[in-house]
Write a protein that binds this ligand. Structure first.
Ligand code: SAH
Ligand code: SF4
Ligand code: F3S
Length: 446
């Protein structure tokens, strides 16, 4: 039987994949393997892939191909993540150097699959449509000592017509509230001060398990009671499921950061309907207005897709105007990319790449202006910063984030890492404020 000593994991895609990679790292370290960042020497290479857009897939496939060709020895190579779930055993046919394919719902069987590969030399595919609750999240090995992500719900039931995620991650499966609270407590005991709750739609939490009597806002109330947990964030919210209860939880619970990422996707009602987003632009903007009324300091994040099939210039203009009115704090902007197996992939991808690119550029420029103005509005104010580490550029400075996800650096000391301090903002370059700590005051939450 072959033995493995070192492993290297390359991660593509979203935070959910990052977290799955952290869990795999922990599982492999428990097995006695040592992590290395050197993909040219590792005995085991894992590519934890993303399928959300064509480019994401091509990046990972290109890397696998190049490495398989360049390595003279024969490492064990596995593909995990969303592309593994989407393409299944066809990956083994396409890529002769691959030893195993493990889907997003089968990560718990990584070691078992490795045993089989090593003992029999066979090539293995494990892709189940439903998430297995056997996954031991407490195995996760995180590199960041202050901020951790915690999974609360996997999968998605929304079936937006462009999106592959419901096919790669399966239907929604909420995690038991006690298990979530326990993991968060353990993380805080280890020194973590900020937790980001993860799910494709965090605010669908608990709807698949009515018997628990715990919806997303209920969970927030429970987590807020954990002593020394300074900050809780959550990603991503679906506009339809943003309830008044949730807005009030953000207002009332000290640890919940005033930042909501809830993708608009498009500003035209016809396109939203075709995307199967199940809200109108007006309903979305009503939610924004309620959120801003209940939580005046809230910052909003969004995702937007341009060039969805049949999107006209006027309809794109509606998206641009919506962005101008809403003024998102952060925006992830994408060109539509047809994904095999989704309903939209059966419609003609009729907006040319050139037009998609022009529309994207317009949105990027608009967002730059909005972000610049927003950055300016906070200048000379005092904000709460959780110190996360030493600044990469200047070792005499420490870095952190505001509650609304803005980067801040200021002269500080190593001992401040993990503490919440008040910082007066003097200037900014790009997306980062430069400030100075002021006497601890009412901004402190602990
Ligand atoms: N669950 C989250 C987002 C998951 S995917 C939500 O619904 O809010 C992240 C983002 O990728 C989406 O919000 C969407 O903007 C983008 N996206 C998904 N499929 C895409 C596609 N086929 N082409 C371009 N962008 C896409
Ligand atoms: Fe994809 Fe829509 Fe589900 Fe988000 S809500 S993961 S965009 S199907
Ligand atoms: Fe990509 Fe899968 Fe996340 S498709 S964005 S890694 S859920």
């Amino acid at each position: 039987m072959r033995t493995l000593q070192t492993f290297c994991i390359r991660t593509y895609g979203c935070q959910m994949n990052e977290l799955d990679s952290e869990v795999m790292k922990g599982m492999l370290e428990r097995r006695g393997l040592t992590r290395t960042d050197d993909e040219t020497t590792a005995d085991l290479l894992i590519f934890n892939t993303c399928s959300v857009r064509d480019l994401a897939e091509r990046k990972a496939l290109g890397k696998v191909g190049r490495l398989s060709r360049s390595r003279k020895d024969r490492p064990v190579i596995g593909i995990t993540g969303c592309m593994a779930s989407a393409k299944k055993e066809t990956l083994l046919e396409k890529l002769p150097h691959i030893d195993f394919v493990i889907g997003t719902n089968n990560i718990h069987s990584l070691n078992e699959v490795l045993d089989e590969v090593l003992s029999s030399g066979s090539r293995i595919t494990r892709v189940d449509p439903l998430f297995s609750t056997e996954l031991d999240y407490t195995a996760a090995q995180r590199d960041d000592p202050i901020k951790a992500c915690v999974s609360i719900i996997r999968g998605c039931n929304k079936h937006c017509t462009y999106c592959i995620v419901p096919y790669t991650r399966g239907p929604e499966v909420s995690r038991e509230p006690d298990a979530i609270v326990d993991e968060c407590r353990q993380l805080v005991d280890k020194g973590y001060r900020e937790i980001t709750l993860l799910g494709q739609n965090v605010n669908s939490y608990g709807k698949d398990r009515q018997e628990w009597g715990t919806l997303f806002h209920d969970l927030l109330y429970r987590l807020d009671r954990i002593p020394n947990l300074s900050r809780i964030r959550f990603l991503t919210s679906h506009p339809v499921d943003i309830s008044k209860d949730l807005m009030e939880a953000i207002r009332d619970l000290p640890s919940i950061c005033e930042f909501v990422h809830f993708p608009l996707q498009a500003g035209s009602n016809r396109i939203l309907h075709k995307m199967h987003r199940s809200y109108t632009r007006e309903e979305y903007e009503d939610k924004v207005a309620s959120l801003r009324e209940i939580v005046p300091q809230v910052a909003l994040g969004t995702d937007i897709i341009v060039g969805f099939p049949t999107e006209t210039d006027d309809e794109f203009e509606e998206t641009l105007q919506a962005m101008k009115r809403i003024r998102f704090s952060t925006a992830f902007l994408f060109s539509y990319s047809p994904r095999k197996g989704t309903p939209a992939s059966r419609w003609k991808d009729d907006v040319s790449e050139e037009v998609k690119e022009q529309r994207l550029q317009k949105l990027i420029e608009e967002q730059e202006t909005i972000s610049y103005n927003e950055m300016q509005m906070l200048l000379h104010q005092t904000v709460e910063v959780l110190v996360e580490g030493v600044s990469i550029k200047d070792k005499a400075m420490v870095k952190g984030r505001t509650r609304t996800w803005k980067n801040v650096v200021f002269p500080g000391r190593l001992e401040q890492i993990g503490t919440v301090v008040s910082v007066k903002l003097h200037s900014f370059t790009n997306q980062t404020y430069v400030g100075e700590q002021v006497k601890q005051d009412a901004f402190l939450i602990q």
